[in-house]
Design a protein around this ligand. Structure first.
Ligand SMILES: NC(=O)C1=CN([C@@H]2O[C@H](COP(=O)(O)OP(=O)(O)OC[C@H]3O[C@@H](n4cnc5c(N)ncnc54)[C@H](O)[C@@H]3O)[C@@H](O)[C@H]2O)C=CC1
Ligand SMILES: O=C(O)CCC(=O)C(=O)O
Length: 455
């Protein structure tokens, strides 16, 4: 459902703020959805803090500090010229330099980048690290493009972006369609244009050129660490649990890897063509080979795997009963009907590895059924938190071990879980991670903005 002026009232004051958002940013439904979800939960905090109202903190947080839109011209392998649109929305820098990923996907628009940037502000605040929030990308479709086409696109994108980023200004990373390969081409172009080996300008880098161990794994691993904490609240663990994951990219692969390492059986994952069901448990090495190396569709997995694995085209992976569901693909991919199917199948916990993958209706179904639900801004914060650890290593010219970094990630996810759970309980909604995450993130950003004056 798209939030509109006729959506149920948020209460006095908040309705006016939301109407302003709709008026200023029309035709950006995902952005409206993200803002509305925060406004729906933030009332009790605002009513206890008249200074937030006086200083118009909600109005200021809803409005990005800066929105950059630029042309990205590039030539394909046949010499044909293409023009894409690039974006960087520098959302909020109260807590530190702007920080957040870049997404290359044909669906990217200003509204998508703004919703992602808005979420990033709260998520980054929850990590407790000194990072503001941003997001960027382009409506470029990397599917089927050669390495050299990807390189030329990245070089053209960075030729403009370099004016806006820097270790102390704005530090991009990867997201959908942007991984180590793309970050390498982006970093190479930045270094060439600026003549500076400024490692801290990007995170998610390769290990031989300034990257940090565990960044590649961090979002998926972190989501699973968060689920461990959710289950522990109910004296349960992942051991022996059946897990279903959507997506088959960076977040999905590493969520599956960690869930299996902790004794769960991850039986399915997907891409935009359909899902694979492998009742014996997904073979992660094969999945990495197909998705990371060959960049082939998920059907290839079933074709290569033992006969028990099957590919189901065009169906949601959520039709498979499971105890833990991890949506790790893209926004609004888990609908009301999918949530009802998960509840009917006996799901015990749902955690968003992706950004806003569950529709508001799906979240309502899960909450009404009493299923613990972790929003992305808490559950997938391990990626950006480890990016902040990468910045820390770059600044100190250090390189930590895998074990040390993973232990730090697990500790941070535990702290985020505690913060969300404690905040929800303090405001009379124990177990409500959505409310806890929104309130705790908001308070951190709002207090920093108050301290910095009217900026
Ligand atoms: N990479 C990171 O560190 C972080 C990523 N995220 C979020 O996680 C999600 C996934 O990102 P990555 O794994 O990095 O991207 P990726 O590009 O590595 O993988 C995305 C995967 O989702 C699949 N997909 C896309 N649309 C789909 C659909 N409609 N149904 C099923 N599968 C679909 C793609 O085929 C691909 O396998 C995104 O929402 C992203 O914003 C969140 C935090 C950090
Ligand atoms: O690591 C980062 O800076 C960004 C990760 C990201 O884009 C996200 O958390 O959605």
């Amino acid at each position: 459902m798209t939030a509109t002026l006729s959506s149920p009232s948020l209460g006095p004051g908040l309705d006016a703020i939301f109407q302003d958002v709709l008026r200023r940013s029309p035709a950006e439904p995902e952005f409206h959805q993200a803002v509305r979800e925060v406004l729906e939960t933030i009332g009790p905090v605002v009513s206890q803090h008249p200074e937030y109202v006086r200083q118009k903190l909600l109005e200021r947080i809803a409005e990005p500090e800066r929105q950059i839109i630029f042309r990205v011209p590039w030539a394909d392998d046949n010499g044909e010229v293409h023009v894409n649109r690039g974006y960087r929305v520098e959302y909020n820098s109260a807590l530190g330099p702007y920080k957040g990923g870049l997404r290359f996907h044909p669906s990217v628009s200003l509204g998508i980048v703004k919703f992602l940037g808005f979420e990033q502000v709260f998520k980054n605040a929850l990590t407790g690290m000194p990072i503001g929030g941003a997001k960027g990308g382009a409506d470029f479709d990397p599917k089927g493009r050669s390495d050299s086409e990807i390189m030329r696109f990245c070089q053209s994108y960075m030729t403009e972006l370099h004016r806006h980023v820097g270790e102390y200004t704005d530090v991009p990373a990867g997201d959908i369609g942007v991984g180590e390969r793309e970050l390498g081409y982006l970093f190479g172009q930045y270094k060439r244009i600026t003549n500076r080996y400024e490692s801290g300008v990007l995170t998610g880098k390769g290990l031989t050129w300034g990257g940090a161990r565990v960044r590649r794994e961090a979002t998926g691993y972190g989501t699973v660490f968060f689920v461990q904490e959710m289950l522990a609240q109910r004296d349960q663990s992942l051991d022996g649990k059946t897990v279903v994951v959507s997506g088959a990219g960076n977040v999905a692969i590493h969520a599956i890897e960690k869930a299996q390492a902790l004794g769960a059986r991850a039986i399915a994952c997907s891409d935009s063509s359909g899902y694979v069901h492998d009742p014996d448990g997904i073979d992660v090495a094969l999945l990495k080979q197909i998705k990371d190396v060959e960049r082939a569709p998920i059907a290839t997995y079933a074709a290569r795997r033992r006969p028990g694995a099957r590919f189901v085209p065009g169906r949601p992976v959520w039709e498979l009963p499971c105890e833990v569901a991890l949506p790790c693909a893209t926004q609004n991919e888990l609908t009301e009907a999918d949530a009802a199917a998960l509840v009917a199948g006996g799901v015990l916990a749902v955690a968003e590895g992706a950004n806003m993958p569950c529709t508001p209706e799906a979240v309502r179904v899960l909450r009404a059924a009493g299923v613990p639900f972790a929003p992305g801004k808490a559950a997938n914060a391990g990626g950006v938190a480890t990016s902040a650890l990468e910045m820390q290593q770059n600044a100190s010219r250090d390189s930590w071990t895998f074990e040390h970094t993973e232990a730090r990630l697990a500790e941070i996810m535990g702290e985020i879980h505690r913060l969300c759970a404690d905040t929800a309980a303090r405001y009379g909604a124990p177990g409500d991670y959505v409310l806890g995450a929104n309130m705790a993130g908001f308070i951190r950003v709002a207090d920093a903005m108050l301290a910095l004056g009217l900026v």
